[in-house]
Write a new protein. Structure first.
Length: 174
């Protein structure tokens, strides 16, 4: 289930929290479907972490698939990446937030995919609901060492909202 502990948001600013709460309220009030939720939260993650792009990748067999994308990654929407060769796949396997500070020095990343969109660092957070891993929320930067603990916390909050909202949308469709 969705349980938020006080330590989960210790570094996040009031403005960031208000933006997340406002997005969550809009999702509930408007009854957004899964795609709308992913699109909205990807945009919010990009804005709040000062990234150039954000992506929601969902698990599809052995692949991770770009289901929602903002910024420079938008042109890669629908792209499949082998989970075994990507930081996103590792994030799902380890079920934890992963920070790649320099893609050129990190053996965990798919360098070809990073080169396609011109990124130097990324932050990846698992999308999980009630023990089920759905995919990841990922933000990119064209600069090395772009993301910190605050960005990790805000991305984790956004990922939790996406997972819960996707689950609720699926229930509404059944």
């Amino acid at each position: 289930m969705f349980e938020l502990q006080p330590d989960d948001i210790s570094l996040v600013s009031r403005g960031q929290l208000l933006a997340v709460i406002q997005a969550q309220a809009e999702i509930l009030i408007k009854g957004l479907n899964e795609q709308q939720v992913m699109d909205k939260m990807a945009l919010l993650a990009e804005e709040l972490t000062h990234a150039v792009s954000a992506v929601v990748e969902l698990i599809d067999g052995d692949d991770m698939v770009y289901q929602a994308a903002t910024g420079v990654a938008r042109q890669q929407l629908g792209m499949h990446i082998r989970a075994i060769n990507s930081l996103s796949g590792l994030c799902v396997r380890e079920n934890k937030v992963l920070n790649c500070e320099d893609v050129s020095q990190d053996p965990r990343v798919n360098k070809e995919a990073c080169d396609k969109i011109g990124i130097q660092s990324m932050l990846v957070c698992p999308l999980r609901f009630d023990g089920e891993l759905l995919g990841v929320l990922k933000v990119f930067s064209p600069h090395k060492y772009s993301f910190d603990d605050i960005d990790e916390q805000i991305l984790d909050l956004a990922a939790r909202i996406i997972a819960v909202s996707m689950h609720a949308a699926q229930l509404g469709e059944n």
